[in-house]
Write a protein that binds this ligand. Structure first.
Ligand code: SF4
Ligand code: FES
Length: 316
């Protein structure tokens, strides 16, 4: 079906520009960057969650079709209207996880979200706070979602609606729609996210040693195959209210990676891996809210997997 191309969509983008001196330190310009920058590493979590800089909401109205993705719209803006708008992407089709952001307050991937699914009329678009979380009806009861003059401007013939964008909740924004996901990657790294296996020497038909084999049958593969689809996008972490609350919880993504190897019959470090997550900020931090399950773009039932790994660690 050929779609009409005389339609438009309005993107309300929560933009952020860090203070210049902090951005400089974050690039390694200062020997004190690690300790003082909100984007540096380490334990300065309060600073991490409140980077300083300029924040504002910017509206862009562009031609768009219902089947366009939000990433398509952002690329149009970047190429034709505003080259300063910052966002991150790579594969463009849901495989790399680099473009996770909050769309209408919901963590998801920009490249798989379509205008058809996410555009709303301005009066129904939920309010999103500075952290990218949707505000409740009580908080917004006396406030319009957008200024009245903008509402009038947006309800024009051919408008597909409004999409609100912010950086991924639960992580400090680096610039515009780019969040600093290093905290998640560091947590995953700490749990040794690679196979530690003892191979079996295989021989050729002539009896010569050929290669190491790591044998596994289909039933053993099935125990972790879905978990191996995780692309470390951070969407589950952005949805998790415990992870967003500070450093008290290692986060669902790191636990998914731990579970992937604990359930792999070839891995010889399952007990060590379970010891590593059997901590106050490991499996004990999961409150079974299961908000992480709703939005995983790789189809992992994260909440159920959390439940399974918590039970496995406790029962060993
Ligand atoms: S479990 Fe799903 S939502 Fe969470 S990081 Fe992996 S792919 Fe993303
Ligand atoms: S750009 Fe790779 S997942 Fe969206």
């Amino acid at each position: 079906m050929v779609e009409a191309n005389n339609t438009t969509v309005t993107l309300q983008v929560h933009r952020f520009t860090p203070r210049p001196e902090r951005a400089e330190r974050a690039r390694g310009g200062s020997p004190f960057a690690k300790n003082s920058s909100p984007f540096g590493g380490g334990s300065d979590s309060a600073a991490r969650r409140r980077p300083r800089g300029k924040q504002w909401v910017q509206e862009y109205t562009i031609p768009a079709r219902p089947s366009d993705t939000v990433l398509d719209c952002l690329l149009t803006i970047k190429r034709t209207i505003d080259p300063t708008l910052a966002f991150r992407y790579s594969c463009g089709h849901g495989m790399c996880g680099s473009d996770a952001a909050a769309i209408n307050g919901t963590p998801t991937l920009l490249c798989t979200a379509t205008v058809r699914d996410w555009a709303k009329q301005p009066s129904t678009a939920p309010e999103v706070d500075d952290e990218g979380f949707r505000r409740t009806g009580d908080e917004t009861a006396n406030e319009p979602d957008v200024p009245a003059e903008n509402v009038e401007n947006n309800i024009t013939e051919g408008s597909l609606g409004v999409i609100e964008l912010a950086s991924l909740p639960g992580f400090p924004p680096q610039r515009d729609l780019i969040a600093d996901i290093d905290p998640m990657l560091n947590q995953i790294r700490k749990l040794t996210p690679y196979l530690q296996a003892d191979g079996v020497l295989a021989t050729t038909a002539e009896g010569k040693v050929d290669v190491f084999e790591y044998l596994q049958n289909p039933e053993q593969l099935a125990k972790y195959e879905t978990l191996s689809n995780c692309i470390a996008c951070g969407v589950c972490e952005g949805a998790c209210p415990v992870y967003a609350g500070g450093d008290a919880f290692v986060g669902p993504a790191a636990l998914i990676w731990a579970s992937r190897f604990i359930n792999d019959s070839r891995d010889t470090k399952a007990m060590d891996r379970m010891d590593a997550i059997d901590t106050a900020d490991g499996v004990a931090g999961c409150q079974s809210v299961r908000a992480c399950s709703r939005h995983c773009p790789r189809g992992i039932d994260v909440g159920e997997e959390m439940w399974q790994i918590v039970a496995k660690v406790r029962e060993r």
